[in-house]
Ligand binder design. Structure first.
Ligand SMILES: [Zn+2]
Length: 276
C-alpha cells in the first residue's frame, strides 16, 4: 500500500505494510530521510467536501528503549488553508526508504472517515448516540465495539430507515404494490429479515456505486463476528458506517430534488395562470 492510501483509507488501530513513507533528501550534512510529501484527500469541514491536503508539519519521537517511533503528521487543506488533519502513527524506530514498513495509526483528528454529516444523525434519531459511540470505537481501532454499536443503531432505527426509503419511493412514483412491501418489512422484527421484503423495492437512485445499500447492510450485519478480530471486524464496521452515511445523503438528495422539482412546477403553473 502506498503512503497516501494509508493516510486516506486506513482507520486507526490497523497494521499495514506501507511503501514510500520516507524519501531521502540531501542537505549539507549528507543524505537525510524525511517524510514523503504526499497529497492525500480528506474531508474538509471548512470547504464542505473532499479536498487535497498537504503536509504542513511533522514531528517524530523515538523512545530510547523502545524499538519503534511515533510520528505525528499535520496536514492542511490546500484549498482553504484553514482545515487541518492530524495523524499520529507508529512506525519503525528509524526512518527508512525500504518498502513495506509496518505502520499503525494511533489516532486521527478530526475522526477517520470525515465528520459525521448531520443528515445521518437526523436519520438515526433518537438512537444517533449509538452511531456516535460507534464512530468513537472505530476511530480507536475497536472494531468489535464499533460493529456492535452500528448493528444496534441499525436494528433500533429499522422502522425509520424503512419509512424514509418508502417516502423516497413514494415521491418517485412507486406504485401501491411496491409501497405495500414496505409495510410488510416494517412488521418484521429483525432488520436483516426485513431487507428480504424490500430489497427490490428500493429506488435505484439510492444505490451506492451501483450496489443496493440494503443488501450491503444486510451482508455486513450478517457477518459472524464471534471469531473475528478487532482488525477484521473494523473493516466491516467501517463499511456499515459508509453505507449509512451514503444512504442518508442519497435520500436527502432525492427528497431535495423532488422538492425543487415541485417548487419549479408550481412556479411554472402560477406563471401560466398570470399569463392567461
Ligand atoms: Zn478546506
Amino acid at each position: 500500500m502506498e503512503f497516501k492510501q494509508f493516510l486516506e483509507a486506513v482507520p486507526p488501530g490497523k497494521d499495514e505494510a506501507v511503501d514510500g513513507v520516507w524519501v531521502e533528501i540531501r542537505d549539507r550534512h549528507g543524505p537525510m530521510p524525511v517524510l514523503n510529501r504526499v497529497r492525500p484527500a480528506f474531508y474538509c469541514v471548512t470547504c464542505q467536501g473532499e479536498r487535497v491536503h498537504s503536509l504542513e508539519d511533522s514531528s517524530c519521537v523515538q523512545p530510547t528503549y523502545a524499538d519503534m517511533s511515533v510520528t505525528t503528521a499535520v496536514f492542511v487543506c490546500s484549498n482553504c488553508q484553514v482545515h487541518r488533519k492530524v495523524i499520529p502513527f507508529l512506525g519503525p524506530k528509524y526512518a527508512t526508504k525500504e518498502p513495506g514498513v509496518k505502520l499503525r495509526k494511533v489516532g486521527e483528528y478530526p475522526p477517520h472517515g470525515g465528520e459525521t454529516p448531520s443528515r445521518v444523525l437526523t436519520l438515526l434519531r433518537p438512537h444517533h448516540d449509538l452511531f456516535t459511540k460507534g464512530r468513537r470505537a472505530e476511530n480507536q481501532g475497536m472494531g468489535i465495539g464499533a460493529f456492535a454499536y452500528y448493528r444496534q443503531v441499525v436494528e433500533k432505527s429499522k422502522d425509520r430507515l424503512i419509512d424514509e426509503i418508502a417516502r423516497v419511493a413514494h415521491k418517485l412514483g412507486a406504485d401501491s404494490s411496491v409501497l405495500a412491501t414496505f409495510a410488510q418489512a416494517r412488521a418484521e422484527r429483525q432488520f436483516v429479515k426485513a431487507v428480504g421484503f424490500i430489497k427490490d423495492a428500493i429506488p435505484p437512485s439510492l444505490f451506492i456505486g451501483s450496489q443496493n445499500p440494503l443488501l450491503l447492510l444486510h451482508d455486513a450485519l450478517s457477518r459472524d463476528i464471534h471469531s473475528g478480530t478487532d482488525e477484521s471486524t473494523l473493516e466491516v464496521a467501517s463499511a456499515i458506517r459508509t453505507v449509512l452515511v451514503g444512504l442518508s445523503a442519497r435520500m436527502g438528495a432525492a427528497l431535495d430534488d423532488e422538492a425543487e422539482m415541485e417548487a419549479a412546477v408550481k412556479s411554472l403553473l402560477a406563471r401560466q395562470k398570470d399569463a392567461r
